[in-house]
Design a protein around this ligand. Structure first.
Ligand SMILES: [Zn+2]
Length: 322
């Protein structure tokens, strides 16, 4: 009996090839398919949580008693002091042990948690924070969206409803004000942009804005059409944030490094260019695949295409949210 290089018999090899279909080889997918056969795929959401959760947390001071914790699922901001902590966003679930450790370092209890929007990488640790005595604050649509199942296009992730223990207890429609530790926070809903649940958080004394996912610094953003996100809303939200900022404002994006007003202006211009180009292609009758094949972002990819989305994927994000 002849043997292949893998050590399998020819008969075993042929049986496996038939089971997988010849296309697997043509696509160069054979090694991955073999790996999957040996090690069945994880649920994609669990895999995303594990991948993001493995990122270490890095602390960066934003002011006297304001700290940015960056890492496993975007950017968390902590206002700390004798009134207790106010925490904006909560990382992914697998990061909880190290997140909890970071928070312990401030040596005061968490009083309030603000969710910038409903997505899992911003709300995943709501439940343990709420169980620890914190009041969860969010836009009313965040609570609503968290009670529904969702499919996120392009990312191809499916989410079941969140457990009741993770839901915000205090919701609002337009805005919410909070004073703590010598600073004033203005939490403001923006019309549908990244989702229909977005809020931006302004720390007035520290001159810091947490933009949530209406700002991805230096990378193409995700826009979630399944829960009301619109590319034109992203542009309008960026304009609104720009009007709140001055040249000294520190702007915390949902994802990416701490930014400035100039960084946000660049992001806004990229979105505007991207939307105009895809709008023209779509109006000419092109399908989403034909749009991506036209490579309308070829000149933008070097600056923006190194995050979660390359140019082809971002064409789809824009096309689906025009
Ligand atoms: Zn998001």
């Amino acid at each position: 009996m002849s043997r292949t290089v893998t050590g399998r018999t020819r008969r075993e090899w042929l049986r496996m090839m038939a089971a997988m279909g010849a296309g697997a080889l043509v696509d160069g997918l054979l090694p991955r398919e073999l790996a999957r056969a040996a090690n069945p795929p994880q649920d994609p959401v669990a895999a995303a949580r594990a991948r993001i959760g493995a990122i270490p947390i890095q602390a960066q001071p934003l002011g006297e008693n304001l700290t940015l914790l960056a890492g496993p699922g975007g950017n968390v901001v902590v206002l700390h002091g004798s009134d207790g902590m106010v925490v904006v966003d909560t990382f992914v679930a697998p990061a909880w042990p190290k997140f909890q450790e970071s928070l312990k370092g401030f040596a005061v209890p968490v009083k309030f948690v603000i969710n910038t929007h409903w997505h899992f990488d911003h709300t995943d640790n709501n439940a343990p924070l709420r169980a620890g005595g914190a009041t969860l604050v969010a836009h009313e649509n965040t609570k609503l969206r968290m009670t529904e199942p969702h499919h996120l296009a392009v990312l191809e992730l499916d989410f079941p409803p969140s457990p009741a223990a993770a839901l915000p207890q205090r919701v609002f429609k337009d805005g919410y004000k909070l004073e703590a530790n010598g600073d004033r926070l203005a939490v403001t809903h923006v019309p549908p942009a990244h989702t229909d649940t977005d809020v931006v958080v302004r720390f007035e004394k520290a001159n810091v804005l947490h933009a949530g996912d209406v700002f991805f610094n230096g990378r193409y953003p995700y826009i979630d059409g399944s829960t009301g996100g619109r590319v034109d809303g992203m542009i309008a939200a960026a304009d609104r944030l720009l009007s709140l900022a001055d040249s000294d404002t520190k702007i915390v994006p949902g994802h990416g490094p701490l930014g400035t007003k100039a960084d946000l202006a660049k992001f806004r211009d990229m979105l505007s260019t991207a939307a105009d180009r895809v709008r023209k292609l779509k109006a000419s009758g092109k399908s989403v695949e034909e749009c991506a094949a036209a490579k309308p972002f070829a000149d933008l990819d070097a600056d923006w295409g190194k995050g979660t989305f390359n140019g082809d994927a971002f064409v789809k994000v824009v096309y689906l949210t025009l």
